[in-house]
Design a protein around this ligand. Structure first.
Ligand SMILES: Cc1ncc(COP(=O)(O)O)c(C=O)c1O
Length: 425
């Protein structure tokens, strides 16, 4: 509990009115029926962690004093060293964001033709391929982990396939061993989108050390953020050297260009934010874990809504609080989300409607959904709830109480939501 409090301090408490969450309410006073929202301020999924503001500002002043703003300054070098150490790999190349990291790695590995990816992911995983005129071929996910199902991957391989991109969704590791076997059997490159998985492991081995290389995102919503940013981590020195050239226009030295490249560099101010956030990582994980346990307690016994579990055999950052609104729930996931939004609880339908149903993929592959039944189901039933240092246990009890109340009065809720004037009268 003490660590949890320190995480809150580290990320700077927001001002809250003591009675922000009003006490237990009679159900008809849900906001969709015209009552004031249960929360005076919005609760968000992925509210940015700030870390120790004083330490960040000291670093910012140092950057300004030294007038070294970008181009692999001391803070970038230091953050690369820290991330490589934490992940247990020899090389870390910091980049401007995770998407650029994926694009660079895809190109550095020489992927072309078709590459197998999940459709239950953030759209950047597929865009990073399509942007380079490589065809993303969508494989289905495993129901228990929400990560690629190796059998579906194997079934999607064609003579044009050159690689597989696994996504450690929610920070849960893919079926890494099985994907390695498939990749070796078909001579495919294997890389991982580890955008969600910083600080996570597969058993005792940290995520970041698998496949040819892995890519982290340090976007503002991630457990460690650099405002915008990402990292490619690998044990392959030659690959890392090529990536370094590619992310800096192909420059080696002051004026010698030896390779085709773009500008994918991280700036010093971003690296300073990353170093500051990293100092709070353990406290943030502890806080997220405590929230996960509180949600487990308060969601228990609510029919049809269950917490998507983290596998305790692996280290997790618990950054995503994932629930499943099953077919046995009295309201649909979308109805519950509408109820919660009216209460200022900004629950999210990740990754609705599925990448295969977003453009340009829905036009390019109109039948993709036929081979993705478990992806389709996840897109229908996943509801991600707010977590992080901004939430107290009483907030969590309040959110779960709203879910319980809505389900207990499902018929009236449904009837209200169906009226043309919408949920907010
Ligand atoms: C699974 C996944 N892949 C890739 C990305 C892209 O990372 P970035 O936003 O840093 O470009 C994200 C999201 O932010 C993501 O969630």
């Amino acid at each position: 509990m003490r660590r949890r409090a320190s995480a809150r301090n580290a990320t700077r408490k927001r001002k809250r009115s003591p009675g922000r969450l009003r006490g237990a309410r009679a159900t008809p006073s849900l906001a969709i029926f015209g009552a004031a929202p249960a929360f005076a301020e919005q609760l968000h999924v992925g509210r940015p962690n700030i870390g120790d503001r004083g330490r960040f500002l000291a670093r910012l002043n140092d950057i300004l004093d030294r007038r070294w703003l970008t181009n692999r300054g001391d803070y970038v070098v230091e953050l690369e060293r820290r991330i490589a150490g934490l992940t247990g790999v020899r090389n870390c190349v910091l980049v401007a964001n995770g998407t650029i990291g994926l694009e660079l790695l895809i190109r550095a590995l020489g992927l072309r033709g078709e590459v197998i990816v999940p459709a239950f992911t953030f759209v950047a995983t597929a865009h990073a391929l399509q942007w380079q005129e490589i065809t993303p071929v969508f494989a289905d996910i495993d129901r228990e982990t929400h990560c690629l199902d190796p059998r579906s991957v194997e079934a999607a391989i064609t003579p044009r396939t050159t690689g597989i991109i696994g996504v450690h969704l929610w920070g849960r590791p893919c079926a890494i061993g099985e994907l390695e076997v498939i990749a070796a059997r078909h001579q495919l490159k294997l890389m991982f989108d580890a955008a969600h998985a910083f600080g996570c492991s597969s058993g005792k081995r940290m995520i970041g050390s698998f496949g040819a290389a892995e890519v982290f995102s340090f976007h503002a919503t991630k457990i460690v953020n650099t405002f915008e940013g990402g990292a490619i981590v690998t044990d392959n020195d030659e690959l890392a050297e090529r990536l370094r050239l590619m992310q800096n226009f192909g420059f080696r030295g002051y004026d010698r260009v030896v390779y085709l490249g773009i500008n994918g560099k991280m700036s010093e101010v971003c690296a300073a934010m990353g170093l500051t956030n990293l100092e709070s990582l353990d406290a943030l994980v502890e806080c997220n874990r405590a929230n996960y346990r509180a949600y487990a307690k308060h969601l228990a016994g609510i029919p049809g809504v269950r917490l998507f579990p983290y596998d305790e055999r692996h280290r997790s950052n618990y950054q995503y609080l994932v629930t499943i609104v099953g077919e046995d729930a009295a309201l649909t996931r979308d109805e519950l989300v509408a109820v919660l939004h009216a209460e200022n609880v900004v629950a999210r339908r990740y990754f609705h409607p599925g990448v295969h149903r977003m453009e340009p993929y829905r036009t390019l592959f109109p039948d993709a959904h036929r081979l993705l039944p478990r992806t389709e189901q996840a897109c229908r039933e996943v509801m991600v709830l707010p977590t992080g240092p901004a939430l107290s246990e009483s907030d969590i009890a309040g959110v779960c109480g709203l879910i319980r109340a809505a389900l207990e009065h499902a018929a009236r809720v449904r009837e209200r939501l169906a009226r043309p004037e919408g949920p907010n009268p």
